[in-house]
Design a protein around this ligand. Structure first.
Ligand code: TNX
Length: 536
């Protein structure tokens, strides 16, 4: 039996590295700043979890942390919440000094999640994590920062912490560290295409759990396409009942009820992910056109489609009914979606004239605005007139896109999803059993070794709002298939979105990435054993 491995082969003690080096050798995305802390902290049978300040959300992060740590440790890990001392009124100087002490609350010991005394520079999602022999203290400005800090704590523990049954003889020591960590980009997304192959709520929630581990904060759901319509719309019921009745390859397809969608939104929110629903148009719309003859310019419904061609369908820009449809659908989705964004698609409208495309995109953008939501569209919408506040999602490979540059100069933000880097459905090599290769083969190093700030030369740094890793499902259906395409590339995109550009280094990253593998094994996540990484 190797030292640090249990009978089941799961890692029960972390690698030899200690102190700050242990953090950079293990944690993905690598934290922005790591210094020596005040000693190592060992989680034991008597460890308590104390939440200081905040409301139900902060308490929920404490409970989530207990739920994470209890099964493998077998410890009780009781959760207690204390009220935050009034700003300026704490016993030893008050909250808000930003010096990182517990601002008058004292250090209760154990695992401490506190909103007291957080440096304003931590922002909405940042956190500080400090260890000592007495405690591991995570400080943040809000519950999201606490949650991200807990993901770091999680990765500092041996992979066996992920096992859902007691793991005896494991060493639950947190290495010595004082971490201060904030994200590079506010938008760090992942997309699931549930249209080409229907995915169940359970599959989406499993993926959300994988995303949360890497501090991804947006789940973009591609809900509609030529091959299927996956969300019930009360005002247009045949979209789901008929338009959702098949998928690529002719399988039975499926759709979510609005309650299913609410459940996904709730599950994502509990992990601090915002859901962005997409209704694609004017192209990628065959499922809708097949469901309602009246949406077609000629009044004739095409058959359902189960192939994988793109660009053959178009909503009818000249029909008033098209906008009634868009308004009804987007209105129902807006009401179901607490997040600020509605994604309107706009890609590959090869069967729509440029004039019709502009008419359609400009009107649909106004509809989104009428529901108080912010537009996201694939970068082709830059050919229309992006409304103030709109974001465009660049998925090209050319590195030149004059209309995107022009839109950005006028204030439009850009989300970076260059297909030859960030598309998780691209094959790694010609031997990859699933996936596509139109944007090339995307090995692990290709998907990691790029900078969102330089993808489109001429784009101002401030125009880039973040990154997103889309997972298209023409060839994918099962959890195992999704996993092997997302892992190990997804953590790399997450690191690009979170970690400072100055930390970017493939040689260091591949070590960190390899250290994640025992965790995936413990979580039941399969991955591609790329020869570019020395897997343990
Ligand atoms: C292009 S990317 C598409 C999708 C396909 C994908 C496959 C984009 C906005 N459109 O319709 O599923 O390629 O990689």
């Amino acid at each position: 039996l190797a030292a640090g491995a249990s009978a089941a082969g799961v890692q029960t003690a972390a690698s030899a590295a200690s102190g700050p080096a242990a953090v950079t050798a293990r944690v993905v995305p690598v934290p922005a700043s790591v210094r020596p802390g005040g000693g190592t902290y060992r989680i034991g049978a008597g460890t308590r979890i104390t939440v200081i300040g905040g409301q139900a959300q902060a308490r929920a992060v404490g409970e989530w942390t207990a739920g994470l740590l209890r099964p493998a440790t077998g410890y009780a890990l009781p959760v207690e919440q204390r009220v935050l001392p009034r700003a300026g009124g704490g016993r030893t100087g008050g909250a808000g000094r930003g010096d990182g002490d517990l601002a008058g609350t004292g250090d209760p010991g154990g695992i401490v999640l506190t909103l007291a005394g957080a440096d304003p520079a931590l922002g909405a999602e940042g956190y500080r994590l400090r260890t000592s022999a007495r405690s591991v203290v995570i400080t943040a400005r809000g519950a999201a920062g606490l949650f991200h800090g807990v993901q770091t704590l999680r990765q500092l523990l041996p992979a066996a912490i992920e096992v859902r049954t007691p793991v005896p003889h494991a060493d639950w020591t947190v290495p010595d560290a004082d971490i201060t960590d904030t994200p590079r980009y506010a938008y760090r997304g992942a997309m699931l295409d549930v249209a080409r192959h229907f995915l169940t709520v359970a599959q989406v929630e499993r993926y959300i759990d994988e995303l949360a581990l890497y501090k991804i904060n947006v789940l973009h759901l591609h809900l509609t396409d030529d091959q299927g319509w996956r969300i019930a719309v009360a005002s247009w019921p045949r979209l789901a009942s008929y338009g959702g009745s098949t998928e690529v390859g002719g399988g039975p397809g499926g759709h979510w009820s609005q309650d299913d969608y609410r459940e996904i939104v709730r599950y994502a929110a509990a992990r601090f992910l915002t859901v962005v629903p997409e209704v694609d148009g004017p192209g990628h719309s065959n499922a809708a056109l097949a469901s309602y003859a009246g949406l077609n310019c000629d009044g004739v419904a095409p058959p359902l489609y189960t192939g994988t061609k793109v660009g053959f369908s178009s909503l009818c820009a000249g029909l008033e009914r098209t906008y009634t449809f868009e308004s009804d659908v987007l209105g129902e989705l807006a009401a179901l979606t607490p997040g600020p964004y509605l994604h309107i698609g706009g890609d590959e409208a090869h069967s729509t004239s440029p004039a019709d495309y502009e008419t359609f995109v400009d009107r649909v953008q106004r509809i989104v605005g009428s529901y108080g939501k912010t537009v996201i569209g694939w970068h082709q919408i830059a050919a229309a007139h992006p409304v103030p506040g709109a974001l465009v999602q660049y998925w090209g490979t050319s590195g030149t896109e004059p209309q995107v540059l022009a839109a950005a100069r006028a204030g439009t933000g850009v989300i970076m999803s260059p297909a030859n880097r960030a598309y998780l459905d691209m094959k790694y090599t010609p031997a990859t059993p699933y996936g596509l290769s139109w944007a090339g083969y995307v090995e692990v190093a290709d998907s990691y070794d790029w900078d969102p700030a330089t993808v489109l030369p001429g784009l101002s740094a401030g125009a880039v709002r973040g990154v997103e890793a889309p997972l298209w499902t023409e060839t994918l259906k099962t959890d195992a298939q999704l996993d092997v395409m997302a892992f190990p590339r997804l953590p790399g995109i997450a690191e690009i979105g979170w970690s400072p550009a100055a930390t970017h280094d493939w040689a260091a990253y591949r070590v960190r990435l390899a250290a994640q593998a025992p965790r995936w094994a413990a979580l039941g996540i399969g991955w591609y054993r790329s020869p570019q990484v020395d897997w343990p």
